[in-house]
Unconditional design. Structure first.
Length: 626
């Protein structure tokens, strides 16, 4: 009603006009105020359809009437309150969305809460659509309480099937333009909490922002470990950011916080605690080549995997000539691996903080960067024990799988600036099919590879292992490897090029051994008999052989903290030192030299070892005339 028409009515009705105008223009009872960010969307208030939000009344029917009243482009508002819901069927959502282009918003996630009624039993999900398309949904500022403590399921098997206990989902179906923003999910034992999968087509433009999963768990089960994800999303243009995931306890650790099957995906700023798996980039399990996958700045405390990307059944797509991934960045994440808290009753212990494995498919991965991540194992002081059933091919940073075919291809793999502490197996393992352009630089590894199962040529027996078919010479440069606790391995690095024409490894990382007992450790770089290394490192602490026999290429040069330079000469390493006389102690090889630091007439320029031994036989050379 315009200002002019109000004035006209008031004049015509006299004194009663003011009251009449007020009645005609008043806001209806329970009308929802326009929520933040949606000033032009008409909103309905759930109380208009009889919802109470008093925490004791079953509001299921009233809330469904409110949802059914929505037209495309309208919104539904939940004022402050606790809205109890229950289900009459396990075959559909408790609250069903049947409208496109809608917004479902609360006053705040702390004050507007939809709660599963105690003793509801099995249910499909709280809010969503089945057998359709989620098109332009916005769900914001709400709390969802699964209330699993007061809703015991009848058996362990019921935790997995036949119901999934979604929080918000579109399944079976696809999703386009879904935004989940600032919601709380409480006491969640869902098989999948937020579920927007790929069924008959790929979804697009799905964002999950600033959400929290608090006291997530496995229901009442202490023994049954079922496949579980708080978020499971498939599609293109997916973003998950600034969310918090908190498991209820280590004894009932939920499986996975974030699982995605996506192209053009970003995962940033999420915080995860007391989960088995932090982020599962399983996009490559679906047919096609994924591209632009980014995990940056996430923080997690987990017991089984940190960030894992796997591709068990990819078969390629119609756009490109292969399956796999192009452009994957895993950068600046902090991962605390509590493998020591993984429940003994659960099978399949793992332990890789960053793991990519193609599985049995011949895929191609291109442009993979793992950079500036911080990885800590155990309590930060003690190296956690390995279980006997822990697979032997795992490592802290693990690009490997024992079932990968020989023609699996990885191009441009960069591992730089990472820090790994107390890994009970290798800090870095690259063991795939064919690799082109591998470069590792400026990584820092402290007390890794120490365990009771060390075996030469496996990730349990070294700090770094490279074992693939390299199309060009791999490079490991800069950074530092420090061993302060007593080692259980024979060499710090193991290298094998499986290609028909093996390329040399170029290794220039510093190695510092400070352990009280060396045990079996004798060598910095051990090579398979078919492979060799150009080593230009600084070795400090307890002396080590630079390489295994005959593995050092001419041109290698190793400097030690004793002021001795080591160089390969034929099949042995010789030393280059300075002093005022020939050595009288230590073990030396033929061709080793000591240059005289006190040259004078009548004295030699130096001494050379002509018979190997301790100290061996030494003769002067270059006598200076008197």
């Amino acid at each position: 009603m315009s200002e002019l028409s109000r004035r006209g009515v008031a004049l015509a009705l006299g004194g009663a006009g003011v009251a009449a105008v007020a009645a005609l223009t008043a806001t209806p009872a329970h009308a929802a105020p326009p929520p933040r960010g949606r000033p032009h969307t008409p909103f309905r208030d759930v109380r208009q359809w009889g919802a109470t939000g008093d925490g004791t009344t079953d509001d299921t029917a009233a809330l469904q009437r409110a949802l059914d009243s929505l037209n495309d482009g309208e919104g539904l508002y939940f004022p402050s309150g606790i809205y109890l819901v229950t289900t009459g069927t396990i075959d559909d959502f408790i609250l069903k969305i049947r409208t496109d282009n809608i917004a479902i918003l609360g006053e705040s996630r702390e004050t507007s809460v939809i709660r599963i009624k105690p003793n509801t039993g099995e249910y499909w999900g709280i809010l969503g659509r089945k057998d359709g398309i989620a098109r332009h949904w916005e769900i914001r500022d709400l709390g969802f309480d699964h209330n699993y403590q007061n809703n015991p399921l009848p058996s362990d098997a019921a935790h997995w099937r036949p119901t999934l206990r979604y929080t918000v989902a579109c399944y079976p179906g696809i999703s386009h333009g879904v935004s989940i923003d600032t919601i709380d999910v409480l006491n969640c034992d869902s098989v999948v909490s937020l579920y927007f999968p790929q069924t008959f087509d790929r979804g697009t433009n799905i964002t999950v922002t600033n959400c929290r999963w608090l006291s997530a768990g496995r229901g009442a089960s202490d023994t049954y470990d079922y496949d579980q994800s708080m978020i499971n999303v498939a599609g293109e243009n997916v973003s998950i950011s600034d969310c918090v995931f908190e498991g209820d306890s280590w004894s009932r650790t939920p499986r996975t916080a974030i699982e995605v099957h996506a192209d053009n995906f970003t995962c940033t700023g999420n915080v995860i605690k007391r989960f088995q798996v932090g982020i599962n980039l399983t996009g490559m399990t679906r047919a096609g080549t994924d591209y632009a996958l980014t995990c940056v700045g996430n923080s997690m405390v987990v017991s089984r995997f940190g960030i894992v990307a796997w591709s068990w059944s990819n078969s390629g797509d119609t756009d490109l000539d292969h399956g796999g991934a192009i452009g994957m960045s895993i950068v600046a994440n902090t991962i605390h691996m509590r493998t020591d808290l993984y429940p003994a009753k659960y099978p399949q212990p793992r332990g890789a903080a960053l793991h990519l494995f193609p599985g049995p498919q011949a895929l191609r991965i291109r442009a993979l960067m793992i950079s500036n991540n911080t990885i800590v194992y155990g309590d930060g002081v003690n190296i956690p024990d390995l279980r006997a059933d822990n697979p032997g091919f795992f490592a802290a940073i693990c690009i490997a799988h024992n079932a990968s075919p020989a023609d699996t291809r990885t191009d441009q793999l960069t591992v730089s600036g990472n820090t790994v502490l107390n890994a009970p197996f290798a800090a870095l393992s690259i063991s795939l099919g064919v690799i082109q352009a591998f470069y590792a630089s400026e990584n820092s590894f402290l007390d890794c590879g120490i365990n009771e199962f060390g075996t030469v040529g496996t990730q349990r027996g070294h700090v770094i292992i490279l074992e693939s078919s390299f199309l060009d010479a791999p490079v490991i440069s800069g950074g530092r490897i420090v061993i302060a606790q007593d080692p259980t391995f024979r060499s710090v690095v193991y290298y094998r090029d499986r290609s028909p024409e093996p390329k040399p490894l170029h290794f220039s990382t510093s190695v510092d051994v400070r352990s009280a007992q060396l045990g079996p450790l004798t060598t910095a770089v051990m090579c398979h008999p078919s492979s060799r290394v150009l080593i230009e490192s600084f070795l400090s602490g307890t002396p080590l052989d630079p390489t295994s026999a005959a593995a050092g290429l001419p041109g290698s040069r190793v400097t030690t903290d004793r002021g001795v330079v080591l160089e390969p000469l034929g099949d042995v390493w010789v030393s280059r030192a300075t002093g005022t006389s020939a050595p009288t102690a230590g073990t030396h090889t033929v061709g080793s030299t000591v240059h005289n630091s006190a040259v004078a007439p009548g004295r030699p320029l130096g001494w050379v070892c002509i018979t190997a031994g301790s100290p061996g036989t030494w003769k002067g050379f270059g006598q200076i005339d008197v």
